[in-house]
Design a protein around this ligand. Sequence first.
Ligand SMILES: [Zn+2]
Length: 585
Amino acid sequence: MFGAGAVAYPGAEPDAFSAHPHSSPSPVLPDMTRNAFRALLCVVGAATTVAASTTLLAQAKPAQAKPAVAAKSQPAPDFTTRKFGDLGEGPYKSLVIRNAMVIPGHGGPPAGPYDIRVEGNMITEMVPFDPVTAERAGARPRMTGDRIIDAAGKFVMPGLIDLHTHIRTLPMEIEYVYYLKLAMGVTTMVNAADRGYVDGMREAKKSEANEIIAPRMYPLVSYGAGTTFTKLQLDDPALAPQVVKAMAANGNRVISMDPLGWSLELVAAIAKAAKENGMITSFHLQPANTAVTQAVRAACAGVTMIEHHYGYAESSLDGNTQDFPRNYEYGNENDRFREAGRVWTYANKERLLGAVVDSLLKCGVTMLPTRVVYEANRDVIRATSLPWTEKYTHQALWNWNMPNPAFHGAYHYDWTSDDEYNWTSAYRLWGDLIFEFNKRGGRVAFGTDDNYIWATPGFSTVRELQLGRETGMKTLEVLKSATVNSAKTLGEPKLGLVRPGYKADLLIVDGNPAANLKYLYSFGDLTLDRNGAMYRTKGIVHTIKDGVVLENANLMREVERMVQASRKLAPAADPVRDPFRPSGK
Ligand SMILES: [Zn+2]
C-alpha cells in the first residue's frame, strides 16, 4: 500500500515502507511539550496573574464604531466596523491605501505605486498610480473610501504566515503573543493548542470573527484530539479515515504527527485521510522514532510538511539509526539536543544534497525549517543577550527559558563549546540542504516555533526570515516562503498575495523589506535618507488583518507594559543574568 509513494532513497530498502506496526511494539511516547506545560503550571501557576491583563482585555474589547454614512448602490458586504481602543479599527466598508509600492508575495519585485481598495476583508481593486502622468493628464478622481491611508514611501506586502508557533500559558498573557506576532507582520499562524484544545479552537473562532486582536489561527492538534477514540484505536491505521473525518468535522485543519513515527503504516494512513478531508499534516520527526520514520520516508508516506531539522541527516546515513552514545536517554533533553546537532557532523553530505533531495522532491513535501528556535544552540550567550530582552521579553518566558532539567527547551545547563561547534556546522549543512531543495523547486514554507529556547515572539519572525536568507535563498524567495508558499501549504488559496480577490492581510512597511528584512522589526533599522542623513525606520507601521487596521506602535506599547508588570515574577537568583549585573545591584 505504500508502493505508490515509494522511490529509491538511501538508507533503507523500499519494502521498509511496509514495516508492520505491531511487529515491534514501541512505547507510546509522552507528549513532552504537554508534560512540560503541566510541570510549568505546577511551578508558576500559583503566581498571581499579571494584573495588567484584565485591564488590557477590557481595553481591547471591541466597541461598535459609528456606521459609515455613505450609501452606495452596491449592497454593503456583511461586516461590522469595530474599534479596539487605540490599538486598531476595522474592517471598513471601503479602505483605501494610496501610493503604495507593492511586493506581491509570489517572488516578484516591488512595483507601483498603487492605490489599493479593500472592502471588508477583501482586496477589491488595485490601480497603478503615477503622480507625474496624472498631473499631466489633468485631475482624475482618486480612489476614495471611509478611511484613507497615505502609504507614500511605504511598501505593502502580504501578511506573514507562521506555520508553527506557540502561545504558551499563563502567567504570560495570550495578548503578549498576539500583539508581538501582529506587530512584526504575522497575520496567520498555526499555533500549538498550548492552553488546551477547547481554548485553542475558541480563540481561533474569536479571531475569525474579528472579536479580538489576534492573527488568524489554525490550532495544531494531536492526532485524535477532540474525538472519542481511545489510545489503542488511535494506533490502528485502519481507523485513520474515521478519526480524521471526526477531526475535520470539529473544524481542525492541521494534524500534528509528532509521536507517530513508530509506525510508518499509521503515518501514511493519516496523511492520506488528511488529504481526502482537506486537512494537512505536520511532522516533527522525533529522534526516538527516526529509525523507522526519517524525512524521506515521512515525505514518501505523504505528510504535508516536515518541521525543524530532524530526519534529514538521518536519511543520509549508511545505517538506519543515529550513532547514539552509550548513555543516551531520549527523555534527557541535554542528550537529545546535543545528538540532534551532532548527527549532522557525520551525515553523508553528498547523499544528503543529492539522493535525499531527489527523493524529497519526488515524493513532494514542504520544508518548514524553524531555524530561529534552535539558533541558541550555536551560541547560547548571544541568544540570551539580545537587545530586546530587557524591554520586550516577558519574565514568564525568561523563567521558562532559564536552564532547568525539568522544563522543555531549557537544556542549556551543560552546553559546551563542542556542542556549539556541532550546531554551527549543522546549520551550514542544513542551510545547504534548504538551499538545494528550494533551488530545485521544492517548497520551503515559514515557521518559527517561537516562545521556546530564547526565541521571543515577533522578533523571532524577522530573525527567521534572516536565517532563511542565510541559506543563500534570495530575499524575495524568503518573503515568498512566508507568504504564498505558506498559504499554499496551509490550503488557503486566498491568502499570501497582494491582489484583488485576496484577503486583506497586509503589511505597510516603512522601508523596502525586499532590500532589508530588518525593516520588519518593530524598531526598524538604521539607514540614510536622500541627503545622506542617518535615521531609523519605523518598522511595520500598520498590520492589516482581515481588513482591521492595527496601530503597531500602540501594540508594542502594550507589550512593553505587560513585560514591565511581569518583572515581579523574576526569581531572586538568575543564573543567566546575575554575572552581568553591575556590582551592588
Ligand atoms: Zn513547537
